[in-house]
Design a protein. Structure first.
Length: 187
């Protein structure tokens, strides 16, 4: 009776109308967030469409890259979750998840939090960059102020020197008279 119920349930699932396959986004476009709340127990990150999800025969799932690294570095090839022996050739390297279109349009809280954290980190870096640039600008302004003061004092000295030179060029009337008068004794 149990297998008949299972078969009937299977038949009813097969008879249900199939959803259209989820469209694959064009390269370079953001991929929709995966609505399941599962995570890789190796790296502790949630599964998303950015990295491939792999499975081992016991049913546990991990990021494919994490699982490969686990097998390359672990002393024995076991499932990272339940530690049963696993052969590398029995790994399912890429699992595909059907995501309904209505689920694609509403990003989950974890995805939004990750995006917020990324934006906050970028903002922090930009603010640090701005502070560093402002320090350079302030230093250049100080240097400019010093150089402007130096130019101003040099212009003052130049003006005083030019006045001194022009005053030395003016002939004195007593000296002018001596130069213009005929020499005594007819010389």
């Amino acid at each position: 009776a149990g297998s008949g119920a299972r078969a009937a349930g299977f038949e009813s699932r097969r008879a249900a109308p199939r959803r259209a396959p989820t469209p694959v986004p064009a390269p370079g476009l953001p991929r929709p967030a995966m609505p399941i709340r599962a995570h890789c127990t190796i790296c502790s990150d949630f599964f998303d469409n950015e990295r491939d999800v792999a499975a081992v025969p016991c049913g546990h799932t991990f990021h494919c890259a994490c699982l490969i690294q686990w097998f390359d570095t672990a002393p024995s090839r076991t499932c990272p979750q339940c530690r049963i022996q696993v052969s590398k050739k029995h790994i399912i390297h890429k699992l595909f998840f059907d995501v309904a279109l209505e689920e694609q349009t509403a990003p989950d809280a974890e995805t939004l939090q990750n995006e917020l954290d990324k934006v906050k980190a970028q903002l922090s870096m930009k603010e640090k960059e701005k502070r560093e640039c402002q320090a350079v600008v302030d230093g250049l302004r100080d240097t400019l102020d010093v150089r402007n003061a130096t130019i101003e004092s040099l212009q003052k000295v130049l003006g005083e020197t030019e006045m001194l030179c022009s005053s030395l060029k003016v002939p004195f009337p007593s000296q002018t008279g001596l130069l213009c008068s005929p020499l005594p004794n007819g010389c």
